[in-house]
Design a protein around this ligand. Sequence first.
Ligand code: GLC
Length: 424
Amino acid sequence: MASQDLFNAAAEILAENDRGTYTVPTKGLYPFQWNWDSCLTALGQQKIDEARAWTEIETLFAHQWPDGMVPHIIFHQHDDGYFPGPTVWKTGRPTDTSGITQPPVAGLVLRLLMRRAKDLGTCTERLRTLLPKVVAWHDWFYRCRDPQGTGVIALLHPWESGRDNSIDWIDALMNVPDDGIDPYVRRDTQHVDASQRPTKAEYDRYLYLVQHFRSLGWDNEKLHDASPFQVVDPGFNAILIRSEEDLAHLADELGMAELAQRLHTRAEKARVALETLWSEEAGQYLCFDRKKGALVDSRSVGGLLPLLAKAGTPERQAQLAERIREWRSKGKFSVPSHDPADPRFESKRYWRGPCWLIVNYLLTLGLADCGQGEVAREVVDDSLAMIETGFAEYYDPISGEALGGGRFTWTAAMILEFLRSPPA
Ligand code: GLC
C-alpha cells in the first residue's frame, strides 16, 4: 500500500475506535480503555490532532488510585462483551477499574510528545499537571512492588506484563491454586478462535489471583507479600527505567532539578539490579521468580526489551540484536514474542510466538539508541510488510497471517509512528 494510503487507513482506525476522551483497543473484544494501549495510541494521535493525544493520557490518569497505582482497565461504560468485568474486580472505585496495572510507557510517551510538540506552550502546561501523577505511579511501583528495595519490581499477575499468556509465567502460575474460583464464562473465545487465546488452566489461575487480591480489599500495602505469584520481568522493568529517565529529563526541563536527581538515582539503581537477570547461557535477560528465588528458563521477547533502557554493556546489547535476527531466521518476520527454537513456541497463540507491533516499536527505539540501526530498520520493514494482511492485534511470524482482533488501535498508531517518525 502506498505510504499516504496506509497513513489514511491507520488514521481511520484511530477515528473509528475513538470514544471522545479515550480510545478502545478494538470494537467487541476490548470495549474499554486499556492503560498502555492508550499511551502508545497517543503517539499516533499526535500526528493527527495533538490536543487529542494529551486528552487520551489525561483520561487514563484521571482514574489513578489514591495510592498512585494506574489501573490496567478503566470500565468507562457498561459492556457485557468482556470478561472479567467490574463485578468480578469489585475495586470500589468511583468509575469502575481493574485492580492491577500495566507496563508504564506513559513517561517515555510524554517525552516523545514534548519533543515533537507543535503548540509548546499548551503542551508544557499539560505536562506540568501530568508529570507529578506519573511520578506518583513510579513511586507506587518501587514502594509496593519492591518492598525489599532490590531495585527491580515484581508483577503480581501475568496480565500486568501486557504479555498475558507468555511462556514466562507458566511455571510461576503452577504455584497458584486453582480451587474455589467462582463459576465463570469466558468472552474472549467468543470473539477469537480459542487456539489463539490462553488455555483454561491458565485462565483459572488468572481468576484465582483476582479473587485473592479482592479478598484483601485491593490493599496494595499487603498484596505483594500475600501473592503466590511474584515475577520480575526484565521487559517491564526496562520500560520503567526508560520512562523514569524520560521523566527525569522532563522534570529538568520544567526546572524541577531535585525531582530530576531523585529519578536519575533510582533509575541507576534499577539499571544495576536489572543486570542480575542476564543469562550468559541464553544470551539474553530472563524473568526471575521471586517466590522460588530463581531465574525462569524461558526465552521471551521480554528479555530483549532491556535494549529500550540501553541496559548492559555494548556486547550484551549486540547479543540481544543478534537474538532478533536469529529468531527471525526461523520464520519470515520479526520479532516473534518467543524464541521459535523453544518447543513451547506456538506461532499463532497470543504471546507464545506471534509478533506484536507495539513490541516491535519499543524494540526499534532501543535498537536505534544502542547503535543497532540496521536491525531496527529490518524490524520496521517487517512491521510494514505484516500490515499488508490487515491492522491486526498480532501476527504469525512464520506466515505473516493477521491474528486476534482486527482493526486494532495501537497497531494503527504504531504504523503512523513507523511511517512518520521511524526510530532508525
Ligand atoms: C491483551 C494484551 C494486552 C493489551 C490488551 C488490550 O490483554 O495482552 O497487552 O493491553 O489486550 O489491547
